[in-house]
Design a protein around this ligand. Structure first.
Ligand code: PXG
Length: 434
C-alpha cells in the first residue's frame, strides 16, 4: 500500500498493527466490498452493522446527489426544512405505536446521550427530580459519549474516563449453560433479581431509566433469554422507571422486524437508532420518544425552548434524503420480511460451525450470529483475530471480531447462497487456524 497510515489515528484500532498489514477496502456494491488488490469479498458484517440495504445503492446515490443540488444544509434550530419533517413522519409510521416523536442526531452515541438527557429532564419536568440514577447492563455498548460509557458495561471503554453519571448495572445474560442455543435461550436463572436489589438499595424514587440493547451486538451477540425483556418492562413499569431500548444495531430489519421492540412485543418508552437508518451512507441517528414523554415537555409557555439540546446537523437535509431513499428500498424490496425469511437458513448455517475447531458457543437471532472460540494460550482475542485476517486475505469474506467472538451480520439483501458461502468460508478459516 502506498498510502501513509500514521496521520489518521484510527478508531478502536491497533494502529501500529494495522500499519504493518493494512486491510484496505476501496469499493462496495450490493453484498460485496472490493479490496485494494481487486478482490470481491462478501460483506458479512454490513460494514459495522449498518449497511442493511447493501452497498452503493443507486437509488440512495441519486437521492443524495439531487438533494445536495436543491438544499445542501439548513439549520434545524428555530428553522425547518421539509425533508426532516417528511422523514420524521415516515419513521413514526414504522415505529411502535405511541413512540410518535423523533429527535434527530448524527450517530448512535449521540442518540444514546440524547435519550439519557431526555429521560433525566423528563423526570425533573414532571416533578420527580430525585430520579437521576441510570441503570445499564454488564457487556452493554451504548457508544462512546460520556453518557454512553457511564451506562455501558464494557470495562475497556470506561477505564481512564471516569464515570460521569450515577449508574448501576444489571448482570449480563450470557449463560454457559445455554451454549449453542438457537434463537432465544431458556430462562434458567432469575436474571432480573439484581434490578430488584438495586431498587431496594437506592429506592425507585432515585432511578430515572434502565437502558439495554434488546439483543446485545458489540459484546458478541447476546440474545435475551425467553421472557426477559417482558419481565424487564413489567419491573420498570411497576417502579415508575423509564425503559430505553438501544436499537442502534437491531432497528431497521436486523432481526426481522422494523424494531426489536416489535419483534419481542415489548414497548419501551424511548428507542435509540442510527446506523441502518441511512444504511450507513450518511451519518444519522434518530431517537423515538413516547407521546407521554413528549407531551410532558410540550407544556409551559409556547415561546420557551422545551429541550435545551440538539446538534448543528440534527435532521441534516442530505442525511434525511438518504434515509428516505433507504426506507423506500426497505419497503419496496420488503427487506425486513426477507431478513426474517432467510433467518432460519442463517441459523442453520451458523450452527453448522458448532463442530469446527475450538468453537465454544454459537448464538443467533435474526441476521445476527456469534461464533465464540476458546481463547488460545497466547491471549484473549489472538485466535479470532487470526481467523479475521485469514477471512479477509484468503477466504474473501469480511467478519467482525471482538475478543474471541466472531460476529456475522450481513446486509439484509443476502441470498441463501451468499449466506452458505459466508459460513463455509468462515468454517475453513476457523479450522485452518486451529
Ligand atoms: N449503541 C449501540 C447498541 C451500538 O451498537 C452505538 C450505540 C454507538 O453508535 P456510534 O454511531 O456512535 O458508533 C453502537 C455502535 C462492533 C461495533 O464492532 C459496534 C458499534 C460501533 C462500532 C463497532 O460491534 N456499535
Amino acid at each position: 500500500m502506498n498510502t501513509k497510515t500514521s496521520a489518521f489515528w484510527m478508531p478502536f484500532t491497533a494502529n501500529r498493527k494495522f500499519a504493518s498489514q493494512p486491510k484496505m477496502i476501496e469499493g462496495g456494491e450490493g453484498m460485496y466490498y472490493t479490496t485494494e488488490d481487486g478482490r470481491q469479498i462478501i460483506d458479512g458484517t454490513a460494514g459495522l452493522w449498518c449497511c442493511n440495504a447493501g452497498h452503493s445503492r443507486p437509488e440512495i446515490v441519486e437521492a443524495v446527489s439531487s438533494q445536495i443540488k436543491i438544499l445542501d444544509y439548513a439549520p434545524s434550530f428555530q428553522l425547518g426544512h421539509p425533508k426532516a419533517f417528511e422523514l420524521a413522519e415516515r419513521l413514526v409510521a414504522l415505529s411502535p405505536a405511541t413512540l410518535d416523536h423523533v429527535f434527530f442526531t448524527n450517530s448512535g452515541s449521540e442518540s444514546v446521550d440524547t435519550a439519557l438527557k431526555i429521560a433525566l429532564a423528563y423526570q425533573q419536568i414532571r416533578g420527580k427530580g430525585q430520579k437521576q440514577r441510570l441503570i445499564g447492563r454488564e457487556k452493554g455498548y451504548h457508544g462512546t459519549g460520556f453518557g454512553g460509557i457511564s451506562v455501558g458495561g464494557l470495562g475497556n471503554n470506561k477505564r481512564f474516563f471516569g464515570t460521569a453519571l450515577p449508574t448501576d448495572h444489571l448482570p449480563h445474560t450470557l449463560n454457559p449453560e445455554n451454549a449453542f442455543s438457537r434463537g432465544l435461550p431458556e430462562a434458567n436463572k432469575n436474571q432480573l433479581a439484581e434490578l430488584e436489589a438495586i431498587v431496594a438499595l437506592h429506592d425507585a424514587s432515585t432511578i430515572a431509566a434502565v437502558i439495554v440493547e434488546p439483543v446485545v451486538g458489540s459484546a458478541g451477540v447476546i440474545v435475551p433469554p425467553q421472557g426477559y425483556l417482558k419481565k424487564l418492562r413489567a419491573l420498570c413499569t411497576a417502579h415508575d422507571i423509564l425503559l430505553i431500548f438501544d436499537e442502534v444495531i437491531t432497528a431497521f430489519g436486523r432481526i426481522g422486524s422494523a424494531f426489536a421492540a416489535q419483534e419481542f412485543e415489548v414497548l419501551p418508552d424511548i428507542i435509540t437508532t442510527a446506523k441502518a437508518l441511512t444504511s450507513g451512507v450518511i451519518p444519522m441517528g434518530a431517537v423515538f420518544v413516547s407521546n407521554e414523554i413528549h407531551e410532558t415537555f410540550m407544556k409551559g409557555p409556547e415561546n420557551a425552548i422545551e429541550l435545551f439540546h440538539g446538534y448543528t446537523y440534527s435532521g441534516h437535509p442530505v442525511a434525511a434524503a438518504a434515509a428516505l431513499a433507504c426506507l423506500d428500498i426497505y419497503e419496496k424490496e420488503k427487506l425486513f420480511k426477507h431478513s426474517k425469511a432467510i433467518s432460519s437458513h442463517f441459523e442453520d448455517a451458523a450452527h453448522g460451525l458448532a463442530n469446527c475447531a475450538n468453537v465454544k458457543d454459537v448464538r443467533n437471532y435474526g441476521l445476527m450470529a456469534a461464533i465464540e472460540l476458546n481463547s488460545s494460550p497466547s491471549g484473549v482475542g489472538t485466535r479470532a483475530f487470526e481467523v479475521f485476517n485469514k477471512c479477509f486475505f484468503e477466504k474473501d469474506i469480511l467478519v467482525r471480531v471482538t475478543g474471541d467472538v466472531i460476529a456475522l451480520s450481513p446486509p439484509l439483501i443476502a441470498s441463501e447462497q451468499e449466506i452458505t458461502r459466508l459460513f463455509s468460508q468462515l468454517a475453513e478459516a476457523i479450522n485452518e487456524t486451529a
